[in-house]
Design a protein around this ligand. Structure first.
Ligand code: UDP
Length: 382
């Protein structure tokens, strides 16, 4: 008898990790979408069960990408071949197995959903060796150029955001019927905050309501050259006819937050650490400046907020930059002077381009993706 036939609420374990903010954001989004339809728990084999040094990877992800992007790119390139990924995972597996197996078998859900690329092959092997037949879904949070580590052919269902990602999955030997293109999971709160008047949102956030808002972020870990970028934007907006204001979200990068707070700014600037009300901040924003984080791009599209990308994590985020440009929902502007110029131009009173980009962003958004992903996952239990 299936869980559905027994009339029970299914138990789902979401496998995730705290590297960056996107994986945790995806887990939270799915958990919210499954509320009342399943009991959800989280499990991170990497953060909470793997031995040293693997259990430090989430914590060092931000500083690593910030200070040695070239090294990250080397590792990404090495991991671009499914054979090399498997060879490495198989070599490491016997060393980590006693710990991660204990973590994995400590839960006994009706369904696993993985939202992290290093939580696919190893959990599947553990389940196979323990002869536990539990449906397993992968929700790929890198929308365009996902690392091949995501694609274990033995999962039951793999959900991706674009046709490009589907091609990568098929290239890794996944059966076509197992790969569905739906979108990226974003929190239902973004959909609810859609269309709220910006001035009202700015009032609620304690900002000056009539000043247009530029929001600068670097993902959950505060990645990128946020301080020099903020300085360039602020200088470019000094004496601007629209009198804009700037908010900077430093995420979990405490050092950055302190250095931004110590700065004297020529325009009104609000400096924030990790915020839990991103939907409100995006609803208040006229123009977002960010690295090419997939969740941030999907959230901005859902809220109709145009985006300027200044940085990207080598490898996995490169395709996101191309996607943003192809869909004309934003621009790529890596130079500080160029960024200052573009921001000032877009905010010129009467410039129609900002509104055009906002419209195109709304048109590309997939606000229902999270619910559709939840439905597809639950359908495995019918
Ligand atoms: N985020 C947040 N609060 C913050 C900074 C970021 O909730 O202060 C969320 C953001 O809304 C998005 C995620 O963290 O959902 C960032 O994910 P993304 O894929 O853009 O980049 P990553 O952090 O994974 O590099």
């Amino acid at each position: 008898m299936t869980v559905a036939e027994a009339g029970l609420l299914p138990r789902i374990t979401i496998l995730t990790a705290n590297a960056g903010g996107g994986h945790r954001a995806a887990a939270n989004s799915l958990s919210e979408a499954l509320e009342g339809r399943a009991g959800v728990t989280y499990l991170s084999l990497m953060d909470d069960h793997a031995p040293f040094p693997i259990n430090t990877w989430s914590a060092i992800y931000g500083p690593w990408v910030n200070y040695s992007p070239w090294l990250y790119q080397l590792v990404y390139r090495y991991g671009a071949s499914r054979d090399r990924v498997l060879m490495t995972e198989r070599a490491v597996y016997p060393l980590i197995r006693p710990w991660v197996e204990k973590g994995m078998l400590s839960v006994n859900p009706d369904l696993f959903i993985s939202v992290h690329p290093l939580h696919t092959d190893v959990p599947i092997w553990i389940l196979q060796e323990a002869k536990r037949r539990v449906p397993f879904v992968t929700v790929v949070t890198d929308p365009v150029t996902p690392p091949v580590a995501w694609f274990c052919p033995d999962v039951d269902l793999c959900i991706v955001a674009t046709e490009e990602a589907r091609s990568v999955a098929l290239g890794c030997g996944m059966a076509p019927h197992k790969v569905r293109v739906i979108g990226l999971p974003i929190r239902p709160a973004f959909q609810q905050a859609r269309g709220q008047p910006k001035t009202e949102m700015r009032r609620r956030l304690g900002l000056t309501p009539e000043r247009p808002l530029v929001l600068l972020t670097g993902g959950g870990a505060g990645i990128g050259r946020l301080r020099p970028l903020a300085q360039a934007i602020a200088r470019g907006l000094t004496n601007h006819p629209a009198h804009p204001q700037l908010a900077i979200i430093a995420g979990r990068n405490r050092e950055l937050q302190l250095s931004l707070r110590a700065e004297r700014w020529p325009i009104p600037v609000r400096v924030l650490g990790f915020v839990n009300n991103m939907p409100e901040w995006l609803a208040a924003t006229d123009l977002l400046v960010s690295k090419a984080g997939p969740a941030t791009i999907a959230e901005a599209a859902c809220m109709g907020v145009p985006l300027i990308i200044t940085d990207y994590v080598p490898g996995q985020e490169a395709g996101n930059v191309e996607w943003v440009q192809r869909h004309n929902v934003g621009l790529f502007e890596p130079s500080r002077q160029g960024l200052a110029h573009v921001v000032a131009e877009l905010l010129q009173p009467g410039n129609p381009e900002l509104a055009r980009m906002a419209e195109r962003a709304l048109a590309t958004a997939r606000p229902d993706a999270t619910r559709e992903i939840a439905d597809a996952a639950l359908s495995l239990l019918l």
